[in-house]
Design a protein around this ligand. Structure first.
Ligand code: NAD
Length: 344
């Protein structure tokens, strides 16, 4: 087993590699100006360590910026587990990861992200107290992430379409896992027209079963999502979906979803702005889960979490208005606002 500490992309990287158990983990800590670094644990397959490092450092930076704009006293960090072809013993795998988190003495607090779930957080909690999102700590980050995304979609629809209700507004949700499915249910209640897509047919079916009128939903093949004509395109799967290829085909008025790192490059954000597509910056709109785990661990109530989560809509309104007045892309305005808090 090997451990290491290094620096990359403005982050401190802590690495853990155990060929016996298959646990290859990287924890990235970006900025702790506002508090200890808090960020989810992603467990997906990566082609190599370079790709995993690029992912974890970008995500950790996003967490610093997210906390700053959400008004949360936390720093930015994230962890990735390079998922092996088969995890021999999932309980032991996450307990070992918990020991690694514990070894950092609280400078990093972990939680749920793509490829991990509440049961994994319970296993992590066997070996560290620096974890949120277990089955018993009262945190339900995905629910609040979806609530924040809904508030963001409503703010964007007001700004771009001058609409104060969602009835008949066509929303395409790409990825209906933890966040996308809660979002679909909330949008259905508001009378939105839904188109859904997921690369996993079981996940898609599970989401359809939770809807009141699944027959009214349009199912889209994963390859056709970006080109689907709609009012709101809501990426709730993985990142890098706004890229040179998808930009040629986009047929939406608004992009507003939970996925982290939606823009492949900053230039893609500029192109969206030039095309007149309103983009809700990812780390602003998807802050609900962070707000939940941070406030609940401080002993705040669910009502306080809900109030703070809905403020995401107000922050986005300010970003949209400044983007219009200053004629700058929304992601650049959000970066400026976050940096003025982190590096003032
Ligand atoms: P999840 O793994 O439960 O769901 C993601 C779903 O997207 C999966 O069902 C997957 O099959 C699907 N998917 C992936 N790529 C796709 C594609 N190209 N087309 C269609 N479907 C695709 O994850 P989640 O917890 O719902 O999170 C979704 C996104 O939101 C992730 O990027 C995550 O980092 C981000 N996020 C989540 C939270 C949270 O609280 N869960 C908070 C902030 C950000």
């Amino acid at each position: 087993m090997t451990h290491g500490i290094t620096r990359a992309n403005s982050c401190t990287l802590h690495t853990h590699n155990n060929p016996k158990s298959g646990l290859v983990a990287i924890i990235a800590i970006h900025n702790t100006t506002l508090g200890p670094a808090l960020g989810g644990c992603r467990c997906i397959s990566y082609p190599d360590t370079l790709a995993a490092t690029a992912d974890v450092t970008r995500l950790a930076k996003g967490m610093s910026y997210k906390a700053a704009l959400a008004g949360i006293q936390q720093g930015g960090g994230k962890s990735v587990l390079m998922r092996p072809a088969k995890i021999k013993d999932r309980h032991a795998y996450f307990e070992e990861f918990g020991e690694f988190v514990e070894s950092l003495g609280g400078s990093y607090i972990t939680s749920v992200d793509s490829g991990t779930n509440t049961a994994d957080m319970d296993d992590i909690a066997h070996t560290t107290s620096y974890v949120c999102g277990t089955s018993y700590d009262g945190c339900t980050p995905s629910v609040y992430t979806a609530m924040g995304v809904l508030a963001g979609i409503q703010a964007a629809v007001r700004q771009q379409m001058h609409r104060w209700d969602m009835a008949g507004v066509h929303v395409v949700i790409q990825g209906v896992g933890n966040v996308g499915s809660s979002l679909a249910i909330a949008l259905e209640k508001l009378g939105a027209k839904l188109s859904l897509s997921d690369i996993n047919s079981n996940t898609l079916n599970a989401c359809m079963e939770r809807l009141k009128a699944p027959g009214a939903v349009n199912i889209i093949h994963p390859d056709d999502v970006a080109a689907e004509p709609c009012d709101v395109y809501s990426p709730c799967g993985l990142g890098d979906v706004i890229n040179q290829h998808s930009l040629k085909n986009l047929a939406c008025k608004v992009i507003a979803g939970s996925a982290n790192n939606q823009l492949s490059t900053d230039a893609d954000g500029l192109l969206l702005h030039q095309k007149g597509i309103l983009y809700a910056p990812d780390y602003v709109i998807n802050a609900g889960g962070l707000i939940d785990v941070s406030l609940i661990s401080e002993g705040k109530s669910e009502q306080q979490v809900e109030t703070k989560t809905k403020e995401i809509g107000t922050t986005l309104k300010e970003i949209f208005e400044r983007s219009k007045v200053e004629d700058k892309p929304c992601h650049a305005i959000a970066d400026q606002m976050a940096e003025s808090i982190l590096y003032h």
